[in-house]
Design a protein around this ligand. Structure first.
Ligand SMILES: [Zn+2]
Length: 254
């Protein structure tokens, strides 16, 4: 059995900082292939039958390669986990996270994105289709381009002012179209993609980072209980991104 967890010691209330340090230590063990798989045994299961007291809640992508309990080498009862493709937020996600904060009293909420996120790739690709339609018209025979190449074409226009106007107009049209998109991925990840492009960030790794920041903003904006927990200093929200290449979690905001 590994080190004692905080759940096990009523004298020691974990702080968000100590919980996060413990999760990061677990992630380092995972990346090094030295997991302890602690608290996954029968005794732990039996000790948790009547109640749970997780220290952290995690909102992560549903991607099969990103299970939070495994990449943080955590055990039963350690973390309250909510997962959606692209870690997008809807009412069910909000209600689940608010339950973790208000009823289970987690002091740490981790918003976990990841490298090679298919939701980011899908949103970027779909916005390219929308952008092509905006530029060439719905019935155009022009094939769909990526958003990057649509913008490149605009920038290649001789007149800098005309190019800037066209780009502003495209961005405005896309901002208006996104809320009406049928796909929740386009509706909810799309704004992050646009925000990244507006900041001249086109690389998917950067868009993944922008999306994590945007998700935190969205979460705080939409949840009064979470705003209250932050104001009472009962909660800390961390933005992080899991890198498949290394197995390590990149800390974006703490
Ligand atoms: Zn993903």
């Amino acid at each position: 059995m590994a080190d004692q967890t905080f759940n096990d010691d009523p004298q020691h209330e974990p702080t968000a900082t100590s919980t996060w340090s413990r999760l990061l230590a677990g992630n380092r063990r995972f990346a090094q292939g030295k997991m302890t798989h602690a608290w996954q045994d029968r005794e732990t299961r039996e000790s948790l039958i009547d109640s749970q007291r997780p220290d952290a809640a995690v909102l992560s992508c549903s991607d099969s390669r990103v299970p939070p309990e495994i990449i943080f080498d955590a055990g039963l009862g350690d973390m309250f986990t909510v997962r959606t493709a692209g870690q997008i937020i809807d009412d069910s996600v909000l209600a689940s996270l608010e339950y973790a904060v208000d009823k289970l009293h987690v002091s740490l909420l981790v918003i976990l994105g990841h490298q090679h996120c298919g939701a980011i790739q899908a949103a970027d690709q779909q916005i390219g289709v929308l952008a092509s339609r905006v530029r060439h018209g719905d019935n155009s025979s022009e094939t769909a381009q990526s958003l990057a190449s649509v913008i490149d074409d605009i920038e290649a226009m001789g007149d800098a002012q005309a190019a800037q106007d066209a780009q502003d107009q495209l961005e405005e049209s896309l901002e208006n179209l996104l809320p009406e998109a049928q796909s929740p991925i386009v509706r909810l990840v799309g704004p992050s993609v646009l925000q990244a492009y507006e900041a001249q960030l086109r690389d998917h790794e950067d868009i993944e980072r922008v999306h994590i920041a945007h998700t935190i903003e969205e979460l705080v904006d939409r949840s009064q209980p979470i705003q209250q927990a932050l104001a009472d200093e009962r909660l800390i929200i961390v933005g992080a991104r899991y890198c498949m290449d290394t197995g390590l979690v990149e800390v974006l905001s703490f």
